[in-house]
Design a protein around this ligand. Sequence first.
Ligand code: BTN
Length: 242
Amino acid sequence: PEVEIQVFQEISSTSQVMKQKALESRLPHGSFVAANSQIEGRGRKGRSFYSPKGSGLYLSVLLYPGKTVQESLEMTAAAAVAVCKAVRESCGVSLDIKWVNDLYLQGKKVCGILTEAVTDFETGDIEFAVVGIGLNLYEPEEGFPGELRQKAGTILQKGQQVDRNRLAACIVNCLLKEVEKKGIPGEYIAWNIIPGRKIKLHSDFKSRIVLAERISEDGRLVIRNEQGQEEILSATDVSLEL
Ligand code: BTN
């Protein structure tokens, strides 16, 4: 069946709408919802994602990955790689990946990715997943607000432009190709800027500074802790600052 594509000027959240549609009827793998702005853009860990009009591209793609959490992790890594490839092809810009799933350009976050999996209540199997991608293409008219001013950047610089429709199509095509491959993509590990850096980890009200050693073959973060021991962390355990 043909994929379903819906495009909005403004929407609550592309991921919320995509999820709702997928719950109402079985839509094909690769269907997506895109918008120019979001009123309630969602980020990881219940945060909001700043999504003003004229600035970005917000899209959410419906996927049927395998049934396990590891497969959903692989899909998230595939999404990061797919966006990097699509942005390089459409905008001529190479992005860095910051474990788990932020994309950076010159030290600033320019894209956030949020994968939400809907599981069967009884078996715990994944029924479908919605991969939400938010790209800051241009500087917002009034600049980024508050603390985002330090942290957020844009993919394009003043005077540069990209055709959003083509970029969206390119991202979805790359994503579908990446998720076909099994395992964590090699590029996900190679393009990660975390290994070798001192990072600040936050978990359960504590934060600590540790050395990030590498990304493991299964997409987890290997660190060296204060006692000099190796620890392997998953995305659900911690959040991280550069
Ligand atoms: C993060 O950086 O914490 C993840 C941000 C994910 C934002 C995208 S924008 C499109 C989709 N719709 C949402 O409400 N969120 C995701």
